[in-house]
Write a protein that binds this ligand. Structure first.
Ligand SMILES: Cc1cc2nc3c(=O)[nH]c(=O)nc-3n(C[C@H](O)[C@H](O)[C@H](O)COP(=O)(O)OP(=O)(O)OC[C@H]3O[C@@H](n4cnc5c(N)ncnc54)[C@H](O)[C@@H]3O)c2cc1C
Length: 324
């Protein structure tokens, strides 16, 4: 059995001055899983649950400031989130199970690790777990939790989060505090593509703590929706998902946001597809064209080619739902 030290941070300052190779403990639903199966091996687990990071507040400029320790359940049911960011509420409620959502936190969800079985089995070649060892998924069974967008010849694991797809569509800043002070990372720059170094998954520096996520102000008059397609109706990660936000005026699309889950190696913002819709009528043909553009750069592997038409259908259906 591998042992680790347990420490409890009473202040942000204490948390960010933790020893090397420590891990923050929030809800523990991902960290403790991975410690138990020996994939994450922190020397110290730093419990951050006493930090005052559990509030949701509307800022004077209309943005929404969410504490890192706000649970997925609290966030999904928050009245402002339900009314102004429906896509986020729906995405959160499509994830995991009620019990898990009660424990899972906003920052923990952002930081959750991939579900690739070759990463999690602890023995297969996996560049993410053991850099330079190879990627068993590329020549192996790569159907459900493997991506078609943003992959590299080092890693094809899809990003597992539903919440992050909605946040990618909304736009957000991630506020972090570290030994060198506070900074804000744009949401779209937070998760990294695997490239040649899939072990680097995010833009946090050592010992940096996420303190808040600040959502952009809602688009005036928007309607939004999160559609998750999966092998079974609950307790399952997305094969493909689509989070869309649309505002129309005078019979044309004024603004459109499209983000995808289950198909990308990071929460995937389909910017070119969004651009193709602006100023156009919200028709089935235009939605299909946006969906085609979203997957222009997709690369399928042996078992997951079906994700391209599935992801395209998710886009068309979610857009159709918000326009109906
Ligand atoms: C059976 C099962 C099914 C699931 N299904 C889904 C699903 O359908 N959709 C989905 O999106 N998710 C799903 N999940 C994942 C779940 O959402 C995550 O486990 C959860 O969001 C992680 O949050 P946590 O607070 O428990 O994080 P923890 O386990 O406490 O931490 C996770 C990681 O985040 C780091 N961390 C935590 N807080 C901070 C912070 N403030 N700053 C910096 N780093 C931090 C930790 O050190 C750790 O590395 C599922 C999980 C399980 C076990």
């Amino acid at each position: 059995m591998r042992t680790f030290d347990y420490a409890r941070a009473e202040t942000t300052g204490q948390a960010v001055s933790s020893a090397d190779n420590s891990a923050f403990l929030a809800g523990g639903t991902n960290l403790l899983d991975l410690v138990k199966i020996d994939i994450m091996r922190p020397d110290t687990v730093v419990d951050i649950n006493r930090l005052p990071l559990k509030t949701i507040e509307r800022m004077p400029d209309g943005r929404l400031k969410i504490g890192a320790l706000v649970s997925n359940t609290t966030l999904a049911h928050d009245p402002i989130v339900r009314s102004d960011y429906a896509v986020l509420s729906e995405a959160l409620l499509s994830g995991a199970s009620t019990q898990l959502r009660n424990k899972a936190t906003t920052a923990g969800n952002l930081m959750q690790r991939v579900r690739c079985p070759y990463f999690r089995d602890g023995v297969s070649a996996c560049n993410k777990r053991d850099p330079g060892s190879g990627c068993s998924a590329i020549g192996g069974f790569n159907r459900s939790v493997h991506a078609v967008l943003g992959t590299s010849d080092k890693c094809i694991a899809s990003h597992p989060s539903d919440m992050c797809v909605a946040m990618a569509a909304i736009g957000a800043g991630i506020v972090v505090s570290g030994p060198e002070g506070e900074r804000t990372i744009d949401f779209l720059d937070f998760h990294l593509l695997p490239g040649d170094s899939p072990e680097q998954e995010h833009a946090l520096k050592p010992n940096e703590l996420i303190t808040h996520v600040i959502l952009d102000a809602p688009i005036r008059g928007n309607r939004s929706h999160y559609l998750k397609l999966r092998d079974r109706a609950s307790y399952q990660f997305a094969l493909a998902s689509s989070g869309v936000i649309v505002a129309t005026s005078g019979g044309v699309v004024q603004d459109a946001r499209i983000a995808l889950g289950g198909v990308g190696t990071k929460p995937w913002r389909a910017s070119r597809a969004e651009q193709s819709l602006r100023g156009k009528a919200p028709t089935q043909a235009n939605f299909e064209e946006a969906a085609r553009i979203a997957f222009e750069d997709a690369k399928a592997y042996k078992h997951n080619a079906f994700k391209i038409p599935l992801g395209q259908q998710a886009i068309v259906r979610s857009l159709t739902t918000v326009i109906a």
